[in-house]
Design a binder for this molecule. Structure first.
Ligand SMILES: Cc1cc2nc3c(=O)[nH]c(=O)nc-3n(C[C@H](O)[C@H](O)[C@H](O)COP(=O)(O)OP(=O)(O)OC[C@H]3O[C@@H](n4cnc5c(N)ncnc54)[C@H](O)[C@@H]3O)c2cc1C
Length: 1005
């Protein structure tokens, strides 16, 4: 009987015979380990032991220390090392250098005398985990391992490449390793770990490959494309491995890459060239809830091909980021959240692997004595030769365990990471975290846990641990707290399939006629707005009636008539309409996604994020209205009862843009509606069908006829008339600066018969900058700049249109940025990999291309994409992503909003200068800063002037409630859509004070 997964009614069970064997084997391993020194970072003899002790005692210090370690290789000067050390660690920096001890003034410090030893200290830390920098180091290590009886697998440091050049360099290094180690392996004496069952010689060269480093143009949402891109560089590696008799293992990274990694493994080994050779394997992560299913289907595939595969079973190295990112996005957490669950899954998968040892070559990669002992106990039970599988451990860790396993007649392979320090930092920090994690086996042992605890069955641990009690929802009893609607995860097969299906269905329905709706009645007009697909302008998305001035007047009259009844409707009922609309939008998510692709040219992920935002606006404003509806006491004073409440403003006009044709339109409309106003909705002429769909949703959700009218029409006449109308009480506008300023003037004029001063809620454009500091992590900054500048072809008011890079990093940044731009996926947004689609129409394209010409005159063209022939001939409104370098602050392209995929890169002398440039434009919408200096980040918080300031992240993609959105200066009125004070824009505050004294007495409170 073996342990079963938790969740079964009886809970996991324990097999006493196996547990006896685990104790026997485990105790003997532990005893053997005592005879070998522990070299790890926690070892009392280790140089950094005291530092790690500090880190373990003080989690805040640990976070700051590891962040300092992370930034160190990027610091060019001694002075910068000292500054960062001081900023991160203050006096605790004395742990790294005595000069920081209290009493030693900063002035007495010679930076070079501090920086050198500190660098050596961290390099020594890295050397504990990184087996060497060069191929020669590796060859030496390979020989040493072989003479100690141990096999080696090589990993070349470096992850997630940004450009094809970087991916080519990664490929080249892998091929060099195969070439260099192959001949050495043939000469070096055969070690015991190289011999399989009955003395069979296994491949001696073993290479571990991180799939994300194989291509910069692989996108997990496009599985077929990703596999094709990854295969391009994996093929030469396999070919060289087959020629040299090496084994190649695919590492497993974050879950984002899991499906692509599994598909790559299977599809490439199915190619005739690789059906027989080389020997290949893949890592499987026990902490993933899906791994058992994945492993079973891998076995089924291998059996159907008669192909023996290696499987390296690991627990999983990305636990923290998997949990954080899933929680941030509202996605199900893909990993187990209790350590013992992962350990138990590891044991279950161990059994599965051993039971399939005829087709799989199991490798147990763990530093846990319990996990190793369990594998050995299960192998005994199954009567398997100890040489039918191997153990693997990382270089620099658990050397005592490696020795003990070798002594017990097991095969052991050491995983040796090779490479320069800079790309190795992510690896080093992961190892430091692993060694100092409270959950880690190594730390438990270091902390002195006895064999009983170290060898305890995870099934027993799970049973004994208190099951986590589900958190009571905040404010239970009251309305549920607002939660953001999660977006679809297109790296998963089901959402991808639903999106494809929706694109086909919606595509087949296009071309319908949509009438105006005024006062609940459909109105047809002679003139029409023809909406087309910007990627295929010959495809008509819909034909919408176009309102003239008479219809505008009729719509305002209908709204005025409907307003009193709606204003009297209880706020809770109005909020319920929004909640129902949110549910309808959620139910039609993929249909709306598809229409956003087809009518607005949005790539999949951008379209889906927009649907989530629309849902969020409905739910958030509903919750806000419930919060604001009950009158609030202004002041507690005896004898007088004073309350403040809100009344709606009346009738409003919504004028919205095409770039967020669903979310912005929805937010601008439902906020005043839930506040009790009646609204005339005039959507953009480029995207009227999306507006018609939204209108339908609101009507189906229960909005009474007349409270909302659907009124597409020309801005210059119909839009102006709606805004000037004396029956209009407010204008809710998002769009260009030019139109916004004009409407602001109109709102300022008071017409005869007008009841209220017109309120203008106005959000306009931006000329947003991202500042890149000298110590910025370019691996993070460059993808964020690309996403912010070119996502949806730069057609977002929040988009990054300027990068201000400080002199010390300018050249490096620009070079890597330009290289990364070459992998930008420009194409039809209906395809899942596309990040940059067409711009909205022909006149936008002409205007943007005009700015490109202007840029050629003013600055240096650093990059311009070449559009593939099929895009050019498609007739779609494509503009090639373009980067200008050496842009001067006064250049037109540095000052004017372009609203397209054009990026200006400016050089700043210092960070002060960079802030001055970033702030020195007419707009103040979004701004970003990439820096790893706590001091610079603090300054960014205080000194960067924009409505939304983003630190070390992209500057687009504001989330409702989390990032209330909107700017000031010529970016708008600072009204902050999706924020707590937004609804107040559509209401008048009112105070009611009642004297409650009667004949000299007041009721007691
Ligand atoms: C040779 C080798 C190759 C490796 N290759 C890969 C690879 O390709 N991909 C990869 O992802 N990792 C890989 N790893 C790393 C591995 O996944 C583990 O992170 C590491 O080995 C620590 O696990 P352990 O079994 O040694 O130690 P243990 O201390 O027993 O386990 C620690 C592990 O438990 C899990 N865990 C921690 N806290 C929790 C919690 N609260 N709830 C649930 N689970 C938790 C995590 O996975 C954590 O890494 C490799 C490790 C080795 C030794």
């Amino acid at each position: 009987m073996i342990a079963t997964f938790p969740g079964a009614s009886t809970g996991p069970t324990v097999d006493p015979a196996i547990e006896d064997a685990v104790r026997r084997i485990g105790n003997s391993l532990l005893a053997a380990m005592e005879e070998h020194p522990e070299p790890g970072i926690l070892s009392p003899k280790g140089l950094n032991a005291r530092l790690m002790e500090w880190a373990l005692r003080d989690p805040a210090f640990k976070a700051r220390l590891f962040r300092f370690v992370d930034v160190l290789p990027a610091l060019d000067s001694a002075a910068e090392v000292v500054r960062h050390l001081r900023e991160y660690l203050g006096e605790q920096a004395s742990e790294l250098h005595p000069a920081f001890r209290a009493g030693l003034g900063a002035a007495s410090m010679v930076p070079a005398l501090v920086a050198g030893p500190v660098r050596s200290r961290v390099a020594a830390m890295a050397r504990q985990f990184v087996a060497g920098e060069t191929v020669e180091d590796l060859v030496r290590r390979f020989r040493e391992n072989a003479s100690a009886g141990m096999a080696t697998t090589v990993d070349l440091l470096g992850e997630a490449v940004l450009s094809e050049e970087e991916a080519d360099a990664f490929l080249k290094r892998n091929l060099e390793v195969l070439d260099a180690v192959g001949p050495v392996a043939r000469q070096a004496p055969v070690s015991a770990s190289d011999l399989g069952p009955s003395g069979r010689l296994e491949p001696r060269v073993n290479l571990s490959v991180k799939p994300s480093a194989l291509a910069a143009d692989a996108h997990p949402a496009d599985l077929e494309g990703a596999v094709a891109a990854l295969s391009r560089r994996f093929r030469p590696i396999l070919r060289r491995a087959a020629a040299t008799g090496a084994f190649v293992n695919l590492d497993m990274e974050s879950t984002r890459w899991k499906e692509a990694t599994l598909a790559l493994f299977r599809s490439i080994l199915d190619e005739p060239e690789f059906r027989e050779a080389p020997a290949a394997g893949i890592a499987i992560q026990a902490y993933l809830r899906e791994s058992e299913g994945d492993l079973r289907s891998l076995f089924a595939w291998a059996r159907s091909r008669g192909r023996r595969i290696g499987v390296r079973l690991v627990k999983g190295a990305y636990w923290d980021s998997e949990v954080v990112l899933a929680r941030q996005r509202g996605w199900p957490v893909p990993v187990f959240t209790r350590k013992a669950e992962t350990d138990l899954a590891f044991e279950r998968l161990t059994v599965l692997l051993l039971e399939n040892a005829d087709i799989a070559q199991p490798a147990f990669a763990t530093h846990s004595v319990r996990s190793c002992a369990h594998a050995l106990a299960q192998a005994e039970r199954l009567g398997l030769d100890r040489r039918a599988f191997e153990f693997q451990a990382l270089y620099g860790m658990a050397d005592d365990l490696k020795a003990a396993l070798l002594g017990a007649g097991c095969r052991v392979r050491e995983y040796c990471a090779i490479g320069a320090l800079l790309p190795g930092m992510a690896f080093l920090v992961r190892r430091l975290l692993e060694n100092t994690s409270n959950e880690s086996f190594l730390l438990k042992r270091h902390a002195g846990a006895g064999p009983e605890r170290l060898l305890a069955s995870p099934a027993v641990v799970l049973r004994e641990e208190e099951a986590p009690t589900p958190k009571a929802p905040a404010g239970s009893g009251a309305a549920p707290a607002f939660r953001n609607a999660p977006t679809a995860d297109f790296t998963r097969p089901a959402p991808r399939a639903r999106m494809r299906e929706a694109l086909a269905l919606v595509g087949a329905e296009l071309g319908q006629r949509w009438p105006l709706v005024i006062g609940g009645e459909e109105v047809r007009t002679r003139s029409e707005i023809v909406s087309v697909n910007p990627a295929h302008p010959e495809q008509v998305v819909g034909r919408c009636a176009s309102a003239a001035v008479e219809e505008a007047d009729a719509a305002v009259a209908a709204a005025r008539a409907a307003y009193p009844g709606w204003a009297r409707t209880p706020a809770a009922d109005r909020a319920a309409v929004l909640d129902r609309a949110a549910a309808l939008l959620e139910g039609r998510r993929f249909r709306f996604d598809a229409l956003l692709v087809l009518e607005a040219g949005k790539p999949w992920a951008e379209a889906d994020a927009e649907v989530s935002e629309a849902i969020d606006f409905c739910r958030f404003y509903a919750a806000e209205m419930r919060r604001l509806a009950p009158p609030g006491r202004t002041q507690e004073v005896p004898g007088e009862l004073c309350h403040e409440d809100f009344v709606p403003r009346g009738v409003g006009v919504v004028i919205s843009p095409w770039n967020f044709p669903l979310a912005i339109l929805c937010g601008l409309t439902v906020a005043p509606l839930v506040a009790g106003n009646a609204v005339v909705m005039k959507p953009s002429r480029e995207t009227p069908v999306l507006a018609a769909w939204l209108f339908q949703v609101l009507v189906e959700a229960g909005l009474p006829g007349g409270v909302l009218s659907y009124l597409p029409g020309p801005g210059g006449t119909t839009g102006s008339r709606l805004c000037e109308h004396p029956g209009t009480d407010f204008i809710a506008f998002t769009g260009s600066r030019e139109v916004g300023c004009r409407l602001f003037e109109i709102a300022g004029r008071t017409a005869p018969g007008q009841a209220n001063l017109k309120k203008m809620v106005c959000e306009m454009g931006g000329k947003n900058a991202i500042v890149v500091d000298e110590d910025a992590d370019l691996d993070e900054a460059i993808p964020a700049v690309l996403q912010s500048a070119f996502g949806y072809a730069g057609q977002k008011c929040s988009a990054c249109s300027r990068v201000v890079a400080v002199a010390g990093v300018y050249g490096r940044f620009l070079e890597r940025l330009v290289a990364a731009c070459r992998s930008l996926p420009v194409g039809d947004p209906a395809l899942p990999a596309t990040a940059v689609g067409p711009v909205i129409d022909g006149s936008a394209r002409e205007r943007i291309l005009g700015y490109v010409e202007q840029g050629r005159r003013e600055a240096r063209l650093a990059f311009q994409a070449v559009l593939p022939g099929e895009l050019v001939s498609s007739g779609g409104f494509y503009v090639p992503p373009t980067v200008f370098a050496d842009v001067k602050p006064d250049d037109v392209i540095a000052r004017e909003e372009i609203f397209g995929p054009v990026l200006s890169v400016l050089q700043a002398r210092t960070l002060d200068h960079a802030f001055e440039l970033a702030n020195g434009v007419d707009y103040a919408l979004t701004v970003g800063l990439f820096s790893r200096s706590p001091g610079a980040l603090d300054r960014g918080r205080r000194e960067l002037l924009a409505g939304n300031v983003y630190l070390n992240r992209g500057i687009t993609g504001a989330v409702v409630e989390r990032h209330p959105f909107g700017g000031f200066r010529m970016s708008g009125g600072g009204t902050k859509a999706g924020g707590r004070r937004y609804l107040e824009n559509f209401m008048f505050p009112r105070v009611v004070a009642e004297n409650v004294m009667r004949r000299g007495f007041a009721p007691e409170e």
